[in-house]
Write a protein that binds this ligand. Structure first.
Ligand SMILES: CC(C)(COP(=O)(O)OP(=O)(O)OC[C@H]1O[C@@H](n2cnc3c(N)ncnc32)[C@H](O)[C@@H]1OP(=O)(O)O)[C@@H](O)C(=O)NCCC(=O)NCCS
Length: 229
């Protein structure tokens, strides 16, 4: 059995909040501390939108042995907004309301992907893919258009002296370079719509990120449904 088969993905519970705070620190070593969410943020999310935090919990270890305590190994987090694609520039902290998710709008057309992260010890096993699948399922169940996010580009660090962020992202999209995060998002059906300067404090990537979008192919607006029922 793949160890990731023993990982359950479900909306968060209050006991997980301090574990999610610790997971942020393990997963984002190059981000400024003010970019990371803390236990109190995760507790607030439960009040704002109970499905905001989808948590991956392992019940067996990577070696297949049962764990004495369930272990928080991943997070897929976000909320609904009306995203303006004609004016897409934004910073991470502004959109996530400094982590409090105060801009959550239940009637917003898009899911804003605020965070996807898998414990370094659990990467490469398909947990990230399953978190994306759970988010896509959430989008379909709520009748949203898709997922929009600012995607960090950690691999840009090795290339930033040789090319611009836009050129780097174009090479990753073309498959000429692989990025630890963006490549994974492209494999999960995301498309790049541009780059975002000053998106978040990320020393590795000089604060650059990619604007990424996944459009639900099964989405039909009310108008479309009326035209061809
Ligand atoms: C990005 C992240 C969530 C991926 O999680 P993961 O559990 O390792 O991903 P998976 O094992 O589900 O891999 C999903 C796909 O991406 C590919 N992939 C994963 N890591 C990769 C890497 N470093 N380079 C290239 N491809 C990669 C896998 O091959 C897989 O493709 P496939 O399903 O077609 O075979 C994880 O690496 C992480 O937490 N990174 C740090 C935090 C971060 O940057 N989050 C994104 C914020 S925008």
């Amino acid at each position: 059995m793949n160890a990731a088969d023993g990982v359950e993905i479900a909306p968060s519970q209050p006991w997980q909040a301090p574990h999610l705070e610790a997971l942020q620190v393990r997963c984002f070593p190059t981000l400024g501390a003010q970019e990371l969410m803390r236990a109190e943020h995760f507790l607030r999310h439960l009040e704002v939108f109970p499905e905001a935090d989808l948590v991956a919990v392992a019940h067996v270890g990577r070696d297949g042995a049962p764990l004495a305590e369930p272990e928080v190994v991943g997070l897929g987090s976000g909320f609904f907004v009306d995203f303006d694609f004609d004016d897409p520039g934004h910073t991470f902290r502004e959109l996530i309301d400094d982590g409090w998710y105060g801009r959550h709008d239940p009637s917003g057309a898009w899911y804003y992907g605020a965070d996807v992260s898998v414990d370094p010890a659990w990467r490469g096993l398909g947990v990230g893919r399953r978190l994306y699948d759970a988010r896509k399922d959430l989008v379909r169940r709520h009748g949203k258009r898709g997922i929009v996010a600012g995607g960090v580009i950690p691999g840009f660090a090795q290339h930033k002296h040789a090319m611009s962020a836009a050129a780097y992202v174009a090479k990753v999209v073309a498959g000429e370079l692989a990025d630890p995060t963006l490549t994974m998002q492209l494999r999960n059906g995301f498309e790049v719509e541009g780059v975002l300067q000053g998106y978040l404090e990320d020393s590795a990537a000089d604060d650059w990120a990619a604007l990424i979008v996944w459009r639900d192919p099964s989405f039909r607006s009310a108008d479309e449904a009326l035209r061809s029922p």
